[in-house]
Write a new protein. Structure first.
Lengths: 337, 426, 350
């Protein structure tokens, strides 16, 4: 935890903790009694229990219900009232002439969503890594008012996705601020959200705008952990700056980079609200994301097709799980490095 | 189950925290979304109701429209939800609607005044139930920027003008006064099918099953497609957003960038306020296609919900809101086209409206009687939103260049077929 | 002022400026504009009138047309700057507009009516804040109730989240027990599941528990976040084990160790989770919209979004209410930004 920053103010932390301490004292009595009964080792289960209960009820059980939904049809809400259809929903989703051409699929919107999400994620992760790296490097230079600038970049992280999208919609729409600027300079209005390539560019841009502060901090922490004497040695040898960056900074920063890449990847695949408010998935279906597709299938259509939506979400879940395993593998390798 | 017990204990505490007071009266809850000021108007009217009926408390839960389209069906399916709801997907909610007849003092009044609209809110197979009334009847049709026509020195097409006449005139005006958009049409199924039915779309086969793709439909789709290609229509509406999402051109019309805006009667109140005296705008009668000159009827209904615990109180509230004086006031203050035949026949005095808003309301009100029977059939069809959504979603894709129109036609047919099949799986 | 001087004199090393220093400050300055600008624009737009909001080109500041009271007219009349046929300009008040002609009067000489073509006049405007965008909805809605609900949900949910997640993280980092790997797999496996895709099943569970329309329906489902457990566990793994062993020697109960030793040490990580929990809860929209249907249980995000209709969105209200919900977040940030940013940098995010 090498950091040049002063430790977090304890006062603020105590503010959170103080009202709870009475409650904790009260809990100690039954917990100690329990410990005498089952022994110290088994207490792990007692500590896990509340989380498991909530997790089981509100995450695990719903996931199972989702699987049940995906093998049933109709529009009924309660699983018991839904007719069993076997793999029909999956078959419908995967009914494609060629998986590379969404047009050849029966449920083309799902595949368009998949391909858009894939493209978006790649662009977004690349841009995110690039910009947070540049920002972190700049913030790590011997600049004044570092705290202020760091806060500036972090600020949008705190905004809700809807606010982020609304803010940018107000700038990018046909009669928005950006077009006002362009026309006042004598240019033609650009339909940023109507042209497919521009729309994709802007959702990536806005996503990077909103989240790069968080990743910048992770990278900044990594940069600050790099021993200063390495740089001093390099400076003595009059090594060019780009070479120092390439040979020293980047390799030592690599573990943090992996965290950034993986988190941005997860975020990219899950993207929904921001894009939903900003472009509504359009133009056409150029920015329709797979989570948006699932949401729309389950809610927005007149026939709320929970079965098909659930099947799509199970497919997405499997992909996400694979990505998670990749993350585990990556972080294990990081540990070894 | 221990966890569940604990959770319900928590819920009980929360319930106490949330409610605070114990009600001795019956409570009736209305889920209500607003486009304009109608929420304020109805809550005024309900306050009056409460002073007359001390035993009934009416709570107006004002929600975003999203809650009505997306969440209300789920809530109703799970047996939750309000006692009364203001809904647009009348056919979809009809399954959960309460037949008010046993509780109404004068069912005849409802039959007489809401007759043509009652079937929209009936569950499939029922031809008698009275479940609600229209808080707003909407009619689609064009709003025209008259000042731009005057500035261009071009005469506005008359009452029976065709879509071609209008498109040509609007284009000429736009070129002359350098307005960017000759014609804008909401990205909405209702607007599109007004055009399609005018062009001769029949929508249903002889058995009453949907047969959406026919020559009339194709003519309409081709027109919209060409208008986008020729720059008559702006791409911002049909060419942006995906799926069934709605887009309107309110901003562009208000800024005098649109010569002719195909939208509907609900815009009047807003334009009266936002346009002010910046320019003159008028409502025009629906342009003609090959088969008819019609818009689409539509609107939001106030529907009683079957799951209510107090059907008598619900009926009382509904009766009050549907009574002629109350409803007249509601329509008049909200600047809505009346969905009440008696009021419509008498004509409504929109006291707060400007002369041009009054004139526009009259044009739309007069249209009600002239709408094509096909338009009424489509509005009354229980799965109509499946048709609307499929049409705009796919035609939109064609306009943004993702598919061809022929491909879109195939997709529309298969989308509709698949969704109806899913709904019928029992 | 001091910032400016600091910036001007700042450099990497006393002595010469390197071009990278210039580039760095240029980049940072651009960052300030790009990061704050859009939100500032949103905030300023929220003070424009409904008509002013839709204008193109948009005015930078909230402006509205100036009006004057003219003798003989009951209503104030809007002022225009008019280009006269002889090329001179005059400021006139408009009485009415008929088609493309406007009837105007000079406020100083109201008797004489001047006819002007409408494209020869431009409105005279003044700076004016449309504060009614804020006051009208706040008066109309049970704002304090919404605020209370939002605060209640945010605070209680955050406390519950912190407690149960730290308990689980404690168990997963300190103990060896059977099933530990299964639990870890569950936590990590669900790390990436967005709640959006299990909305319907969660709704079913909540209905079965009879929680619909209670604030607990919003609080409980998100309480056990895999992200929280993961974050806290990663941090607790770095805590020195001998402290815990020493406490056990002193006959401290497991609960006391958790509460008195591990929790204080994990404070930076807890703070980060607390901040994120507050953000999630305060901004949550889709889920509360599904389970809260009664006005008295609405949170701010639900209650203040009633301006989104089927066919029209009342943008002037919507923007104003967005700013209202943004304010607490901005305040929290202003006061705690240093704490937040250093906290994140210091947790086990690496």
């Amino acid at each position: 935890m090498a950091s040049a920053e002063p430790a977090a103010p304890r006062g603020a932390a105590h503010f959170f903790a103080a009202p709870l301490s009475l409650l904790m004292r009260l809990v100690d009595w039954p917990m100690s009694a329990l410990q005498r009964l089952i022994g110290e080792r088994q207490m792990a289960y007692a500590f896990l229990l509340p989380n498991i209960v909530f997790f089981g009820l509100f995450v695990f059980l719903p996931l199972i219900i989702n699987v049940v939904f995906s093998v049933t049809g109709g529009t009924a809400l309660f699983p018991s009232q839904r007719p069993f259809v076997g793999g029909e929903q999956y078959a419908y989703l995967f009914d494609c002439g060629s998986f590379l051409d969404p047009n050849s699929c029966r449920e083309d919107h799902f595949w368009r969503g998949v391909s858009n999400t894939a493209r978006f994620t790649v662009f977004q992760v690349t841009a995110m890594v690039l910009f947070s790296l540049v920002t972190a490097v700049v913030l790590n230079m011997r600049i004044r008012a570092r705290g202020f600038f760091r806060a500036v970049y972090f600020f949008p992280v705190l905004l809700s996705p809807v606010v982020v999208a609304l803010t940018w919609k107000w700038i990018l729409q046909r009669d928005g601020l950006l077009n006002a600027g362009i026309t006042s300079l004598g240019g033609e209005r650009i339909l940023f959200l109507v042209d497919p390539s521009w729309a994709m560019f802007w959702i990536v841009f806005v996503s990077v705008w909103a989240h790069m502060g968080f990743y910048t901090l992770i990278l900044l922490a990594g940069l600050q952990a790099i021993p200063a004497d390495l740089y001093e040695a390099a400076e003595m040898d009059a090594t060019p700056r780009w070479r120092v960056f390439w040979r020293i900074t980047l390799p030592l920063l690599w573990p943090n980079m992996i965290v950034v890449i993986v988190l941005a990847l997860i975020k990219g695949v899950q993207t929904f609200d921001e894009v939903f408010v900003l472009t509504g998935g359009g133009p056409g279906t150029a920015t329709l994301m797979v989570v948006h597709y699932i949401y729309e299938t389950a809610f927005s259509n007149q026939v709320q097709n929970f079965g098909l939506a659930a099947a799509a979400s199970v497919v997405l879940g499997v992909v996400l799980f694979a990505l998670t395993l990749a993350q585990l593998a990556a972080s294990n390798r990081k540990g070894a490095a | 189950m221990q966890g569940r017990h604990w959770v319900s204990a928590l819920a009980l505490t929360a319930g106490l925290l949330a409610s605070g007071v114990a009600f001795a009266q019956t409570t009736v809850r209305i889920a209500w979304y607003s486009d304009g000021i109608e929420g304020e108007v109805v809550s005024d009217l309900l306050k009056r109701f409460e002073t007359q009926n001390k035993d009934i408390k009416v709570v107006l839960d004002q929600v975003p429209y999203k809650a009505i389209t997306e969440n209300l069906p789920v809530q109703l399916a799970s047996g939750q939800g309000p006692d009364i709801a203001r809904v647009v997907d009348l056919g979809g909610v009809a399954r959960y609607a309460l037949d008010l007849r046993p509780y109404l003092k004068d069912a005849g009044y409802w039959e007489k005044n809401f007759g043509p609209f009652l079937p929209w809110m009936r569950p499939a197979g029922d031809d008698k139930a009275i479940t609600g009334f229209m808080t707003q009847l909407t009619v689609t049709g064009p709003l025209v920027n008259k000042t731009l026509f005057e500035q261009a020195g071009i005469a506005m097409p008359g009452a029976k003008a065709s879509w071609d006449d209008w498109a040509k005139a609007a284009k000429a005006v736009a070129t002359k006064v350098q307005a960017p958009f000759p014609l804008a049409m909401d990205r909405s199924g209702h607007r599109f099918f007004g055009l399609a039915i005018s062009e001769g779309a029949k929508l249903f086969d002889t058995k009453g099953e949907p047969a959406v793709i026919d020559d009339g439909f194709k003519r309409a789709a081709q027109r919209v497609f060409d208008w986008h290609k020729d720059g008559v229509m702006p791409k911002e509406l049909w060419g942006s957003v995906s799926g069934a999402a709605y887009r309107g051109a309110n901003d562009e019309f208000k800024n005098a960038q649109v010569v002719m805006y195909v939208s509907g009667s609900w815009q009047i109140a807003q334009f009266d306020k936002t346009v002010g005296n910046a320019f003159d705008w008028v409502a025009a009668p629906s342009p003609c296609g090959a088969a008819a000159c019609t818009g689409m009827p539509g609107g939001a209904g106030l529907v009683a919900i079957k799951a209510t615990k107090n059907p008598e109180a619900v009926a009382k509230v509904m009766e009050y809101l549907a009574s002629e004086p109350v409803l007249s006031e509601f329509y008049a203050r909200s600047l809505f086209v009346p969905g009440h035949l008696g009021i419509a026949a008498k004509g409504l005095d929109y006291k707060d409206a400007s002369p041009q808003a009054k004139a526009a309301l009259k044009v739309f009100s007069d249209q009600v009687a002239n709408l094509s029977p096909v338009a009424y059939a489509l509005q009354g069809y229980v799965n109509n939103r499946i048709i609307f959504n499929a049409a705009i979603s796919r035609v939109g894709q064609a306009i943004s260049g993702e598919t061809t129109l022929d491909e879109a036609y195939k997709r529309i047919a298969s989308d509709i077929e698949q969704q109806i099949a899913e709904r019928n799986k029992k | 002022m001091s910032l400016v001087t600091k910036l001007a004199t700042a450099r990497r090393k006393p002595g010469r400026w390197h071009w990278t220093d210039v580039a760095a400050y240029a980049y940072l300055a651009l960052g300030v504009v790009l990061m704050f600008g859009p939100v500032l624009w949103l905030a300023m737009s929220s003070f424009k009138t409904q008509a002013g909001l839709l204008e193109f080109p948009p005015s930078l500041l909230p402006m509205s047309q100036q009006e004057v009271v003219v003798a003989g007219h009951a209503q104030p009349l809007p002022l225009f700057e008019v280009t006269m046929p002889d090329g001179s300009t005059r400021v006139l008040a408009q009485v009415r507009r008929i088609g493309i002609q406007a009837q105007m009067v000079d406020p100083a000489n109201p008797a004489e009516v001047i006819r002007v073509a409408i494209d020869k006049r431009t409105p005279v405007r003044e700076f004016k804040l449309a504060t009614e965008n804020y006051t009208e909805p706040l008066e109309r809605f049970a704002f304090t109730r919404f605020l209370w609900n939002s605060v209640f949900v945010t605070v209680v949910a955050t406390i519950i989240t912190l407690i149960i997640n730290s308990m689980a993280a404690y168990a997963l980092s300190i103990y060896e027990f059977r099933g530990k790997n299964t639990v870890m797999l569950m936590v990590i496996g669900t790390l990436m599941i967005p709640i959006t895709i299990i909305l319907v099943p969660v709704y079913l569970v909540v209905t079965e528990l009879g929680l619909v329309n209670s604030l607990w329906a919003v609080i409980l489902p998100g309480a056990a976040t895999p992200t929280g457990v993961f974050l806290l566990r990663q941090y607790m793994l770095t805590l020195p084990r001998d402290l815990i062993e020493a406490a056990r020697m002193d006959k401290a109960s497991e609960w006391q160790i958790y509460w008195r030793i591990v929790m204080p040490l994990a404070m930076p990580a807890l703070a980060v989770l607390a901040i994120f929990s507050v953000m999630w809860r305060w901004n949550e929209f889709l889920w509360p919209l599904a389970v809260l249907t009664k006005t008295e249980s609405y949170t701010l995000q639900i209650g203040l979004n009633a301006f989104q209709g089927e066919l029209q969105t009342q943008w002037h209200y919507l923007l104003a209410m967005t700013v209202v919900t943004l304010l607490p977040v901005a305040l929290v940030f202003v006061f705690l930004q240093r704490f937040i940013t250093t906290g994140i940098a210091n947790t086990g995010m690496k």
